[in-house]
Structure formats: C-alpha cells, structure tokens
Write a protein that binds this ligand. Structure first.
Ligand code: X90
Length: 276
C-alpha cells in the first residue's frame, strides 16, 4: 500500500483520493501545548498567543509519530519542511531506518524540501500525480527531486518575532519588521534558510513585490499555492493580479494551519510557485 506523508508545515489535513497522513509539530507555551493536527483551533491558538506574555516554542515530531504514520504502508513518500530550520527531516529519517528494520520490504523516501508551507504542498501534490500516472518508486523519487528544484517560495511577514525568539532568523532581520506597516519580503534560500530580500511599506508594495518575483522566475503557467494567516484579502489580491498577468496560472488560496500560523504570524502570506 502506498502512502503520502507530510509534516504539518504543509497545511494539509488530507489529500483527495490518496492515502495521506499529516504528522503534527507542536507549539508550546509554559501553560499549554498546541498539537498542529485536525483538532487544533488555529484562531483560538493565535488569540491565546497574542495575549500570552511568556516565551513560546515549537517541537518537531518525534520518531514515534513518524512510525505510527508509516504503520501498514510499504511504499511511503515523506515530505518535510527544511532541515536547516527544523529537526523534522532528521526525525523522519531515523524513523525510516527503524521502520525498514522491522519491514525490510518497505520502500521509503524522505524529501527535504529546504522550504516550507506551500512549496511543501506543491511537492506532495506532484508526488501523488506521479504515482497516479503509474510511475515506479524510483521514478517518483527522481522526478520529485527534480521538481523541487523548479519550485520556489516567497513570503511577506509583518512580524518575525517568533522566528527570532526561536533562533530561526537573526534578531537584526526580525527588527526590520518591527515597525507598523512594514513587511519583510523574502524567499527560501537554496540552503533552506529564510532569505530576506526587501522591506515593503504597505500592502501595495507587498503585492508588487510578489508579482515581480513570480515574473522573474520565468513563470508562465502552472501551479501557485498561496497560504495566509488571517489575511484572505491580500492572498486574493495576489491571486487576482497574478491571474491577470498569467491567465493560465492554476492558483489555490487557503489558510495556514498551526505551525505556519505561529511562524508566519498574523497577516503573513506565503506563495509557492511551480517553475517551468
Ligand atoms: O520546532 C521545529 O522544529 C519547527 C521549526 C520551524 C521553523 C521554520 C518554520 C517556517 C514556517 C515561515 C515563513 C517562511 C520561511 C521559509 C524559510 C525556508 C513559515
């Protein structure tokens, strides 16, 4: 049986027509743990955190969570967020080794997206498509790896407080977004780190920056995935303007789940783009 598994940074709880499992990360304060699964009330968590003055942190899934997700499957494709910012990828790799000891026939590949959110989602969608086309395990792995080289992630964040608090970005970069109305615009670097590229004042500049960067990738047609943290209007604005310029774009807009909401913070928008 073939299974597709992603950590909860993909923002997906299910995938239509395939055996899909999401493995949650956890967001914690001193008083509460928020497991980023289908039961999480994301808005409730955001409200709690807005009123919480202490420190908060996140934890990657433990090996046990992955093993549970693998159970019963023998062809397994796992997608994770960037290994440079999280232990998620490594924990999945350890689980793969363990699972294969007790299930020697199982075939498992763990993809390190060196990215987050919508770019991880694009990979998972691609893997399911390749499998549906009848591709072999080796081909799905090879073509999946090639595909990841053609996808990009862009983001605009109004606050990088949680990223800085948890050492995922420098305090200097985070300080840039400390001013009201300023968004830090950036991309996932080739090494899988957060690479700021511009400071945008106001929403119009943010939208322009997304359009410029998408255009610079050489995008003409294909998929674009836009996740947002309580900012549907900005996400839809980006979608509409991209469609005006590239009518053949196939775009989905959706809300971020817990982990991405915690790190991208209120107002944050993430855009995953399929290259040509
Ligand atoms: O505790 C953990 O292991 C999780 C740490 C996750 C840190 C990064 C999460 C990024 C979420 C934020 C904006 C986009 C940044 C993209 C950089 C590759 C999304």
């Amino acid at each position: 049986m073939t299974r597709f598994i992603a950590d909860s940074c993909s923002d997906m709880l299910q995938m239509e027509g395939v055996d899909f499992v999401a493995v949650p990360l956890t967001i914690s304060t001193d008083v509460k743990d928020y497991v980023d699964n289908e039961n999480l009330d994301v808005k409730g968590m955001t409200e709690d955190l807005a009123g919480y003055k202490g420190k908060s942190c996140t934890a990657c899934p433990g090996v046990e969570s992955w093993l549970k997700a693998f159970e019963g499957a023998d062809v397994i494709y796992v997608g994770t967020m960037t290994s440079t910012l999280s232990g998620t990828y490594n924990s999945a790799l350890v689980a793969k080794e363990m699972y294969q000891q007790s299930h020697p026939e199982a075939r498992i590949h763990v993809f390190d997206t060196l990215s987050a959110g919508p770019e991880l989602r694009l990979l998972m969608e691609k893997l399911t498509e390749l499998d549906k086309e009848g591709k072999t395990f080796e081909d799905v792995v090879r073509l999946g790896c090639e595909y990841m080289k053609r996808t990009r992630l862009f983001f605009a964040l109004k606050s990088l407080h949680n990223l800085a608090q948890n050492g995922r970005v420098s305090k200097v970069v985070a300080a840039a977004a400390g001013v009201l109305g300023i968004s830090v615009f950036g991309t996932a670097s080739q090494e899988g780190t957060l690479e700021p590229s511009a400071k945008c004042r106001g929403r119009k500049k943010v939208v322009e920056e997304f359009l410029n960067e998408i255009t610079k990738t050489g995008f003409r047609k294909g998929k674009i995935r836009i996740s947002h943290v309580d900012n549907l209007s900005l996400a839809e604005k980006i979608r509409d303007l991209v469609l005006e310029r590239f009518p053949q774009a196939e775009i989905l807009v959706y809300e971020a789940r817990g982990l991405c909401s915690y790190y991208a913070e209120s107002g944050g928008v993430l855009v995953g783009v399929e290259g040509n």
